[in-house]
Design a protein around this ligand. Structure first.
Ligand code: GDP
Ligand code: IMO
Ligand code: MG
Length: 429
């Protein structure tokens, strides 16, 4: 099978955008299948930097982008992003972007509820991106979501808004937030309809045709396994399934068509938002990783928390995410460190565990057991061949492969598109 799914193996921001952009040269179609504009993917191509949230990263390569039904689509955010990239010389229109007609929409009331709830949580907040992702997925599952196709049926839309507002205005009022008015919402959605409907189609049909024609499909995951609503550090997670299996249900294709699953992991760890992070560093090394790695959220601008590579966690992500090969990114950020640590297990009370347990209390109590390795003198930054890497850096990569029980098939050594080392082409399986 010549398709590839790219997913994050940690807590997001592993460099999925860079890897997808690089791999897109070998693909015909790039498909987003979950998440929304909570994602932030930075692509550096020569002197141009693209920051994408909702647009599949393949559009920068001129490939057809598809937003699948598993994505929650904020129409205003999408149009704003299209305008942004168009100012960078990248024209996005129905010729190179198709959106599943059954994709649920994010409305302003979702972001309002997301923020009101976070404010009410106070110290116990999740640290969401405040973009309405959670409330939009809740509405989808509760069968009251407005979907893209509803914009073509004003009567359906009006009836659905009644149900939606009954629910949301009750909650918003209870939280002391401003409520929404039906007429204004309806007018705004009907106004957006002619701009959005030209993108809408049954994407499952196009994907089926592409598959039968032997085209290569690249599935672009957002967020990461540890933010998966089932497998992540619940409740400090996003509201979608981020594992590769979702590529099938989130785009309307069979599980057999997903192909090779490439997990992306940083050579260390970061996390935005709250929640357990066993290998987090609060010292000068953590600060250094953050500074060198420019660890600021693409979407939130918030500084990311930083720590050592957690092999126990990535191994777990490999298992539950079905990861067959790993792309290791940001190795260059570790250049020159005298020693590097890797967590190989956790201690929780008197117990030693080789997985992160599901219970929140146990997760918070997990203390990493570290293995310490020598760092490397010299630089890996910008390396484009395996032979350019210092011997100790190669040793680090090899040790990670052993610990996480997956081969490193791709290595990224700078933000720049071509500073990438391919060990095994994922499209070859
Ligand atoms: P994504 O959400 O997984 O797509 O990742 P982000 O784009 O949010 O964050 C990754 C950041 O690391 C971006 O600023 C990239 O430009 C940058 N990046 C990606 N790969 C590398 C790498 O190998 N080395 C360095 N130094 N930066 C990288
Ligand atoms: P990419 O695709 C990192 C985090 C938020 C928060 C939690 C829930 O760039 O890797 P949400 O708004 O989804 O309800 O927030 O998930 N989060 C991300 N962290 N990278 C992302 O996307 C993220 N998308 C959501 O910080 O902790
Ligand atoms: Mg990101």
């Amino acid at each position: 099978m010549a398709n590839v799914a790219v997913i994050g193996a940690q807590w997001g921001d592993e460099g999925k955008g860079k890897v997808v952009d690089w791999l897109a040269s070998r693909a015909d179609i790039v498909v987003r299948f979950q998440g929304g504009h909570n994602a932030g993917h930075t692509l550096v191509v020569g002197s141009e930097t693209y920051k994408l949230s909702l647009l599949p990263s393949g559009v920068v390569r001129g490939k057809l982008g598809i937003i699948g039904n598993g994505v929650v689509v904020d129409p205003l955010a999408l149009l704003a992003e299209m305008a942004r990239v168009s100012a960078q010389g990248l024209a996005v229109g129905p010729h190179n972007l198709r959106i599943a007609e059954n994709a649920p929409l994010i409305l302003p009331l979702h972001a309002a509820l997301d923020r009101a709830r976070e404010a009410a949580r106070g110290e116990r907040r999740i640290g969401t991106t405040g973009r309405g992702i959670g409330p939009a997925y809740e509405d989808k599952v509760a069968r009251r979501a407005i979907r893209l196709c509803d914009l073509a049926e004003p009567a359906t839309l009006a009836a659905k808004l009644d149900e939606l507002l009954l629910h949301h205005n009750t909650l918003l009022a209870g939280l002391g937030a401003e409520t929404f008015e039906k007429s204004a919402l309806l007018e705004s959605l009907l106004g957006l309809a002619p701009r959005l409907l030209p993108f809408a189609e049954p994407v499952w049909e196009r994907l089926d045709e592409a598959r039968r024609a032997g085209k290569r499909i690249l599935f672009e995951g957002a967020q990461a396994v540890m933010l998966d609503v089932d497998h992540g550090t619940y409740p400090f997670v996003t509201s979608s399934n981020t594992v590769a299996a979702t590529a099938a249900s989130g785009s309307g294709i069979g599980p057999g068509a997903v192909g090779f699953v490439l997990g992306i992991a940083k050579a260390y760890s970061t996390r935005v938002g709250a929640g357990p992070f066993p290998t987090e560093l609060f010292d000068a090394t953590g600060q250094l990783l953050g500074d060198r790695g420019h660890e600021f959220g693409t979407v939130t601008g918030r500084r990311r928390r930083c720590g050592w590579f957690d092999a126990t966690l990535v191994r777990q992500a490999v298992k539950v995410g079905g990861i067959q090969g790993l792309a290791l990114t940001k190795l260059d950020v570790l250049d020159g460190l005298p020693e590097i640590r890797v967590a190989t297990a956790y201690r929780i009370g008197a117990e030693t565990l080789h997985r992160l347990p599901a219970a929140a209390g146990a997760q918070a109590a997990a203390q990493p057991i570290y293995e310490t390795m020598e760092g490397w003198p010299g630089s890996t930054r910008g390396a484009r061949s395996w032979a350019d890497l210092p011997a100790q850096a190669v040793k680090y990569v090899r040790r990670i492969e052993e610990l996480v029980e997956a081969p490193v098939t791709l290595l990224s050594t700078s933000p720049e598109r071509d500073d990438t080392i391919l060990m095994r082409d994922p499209f070859e399986g």
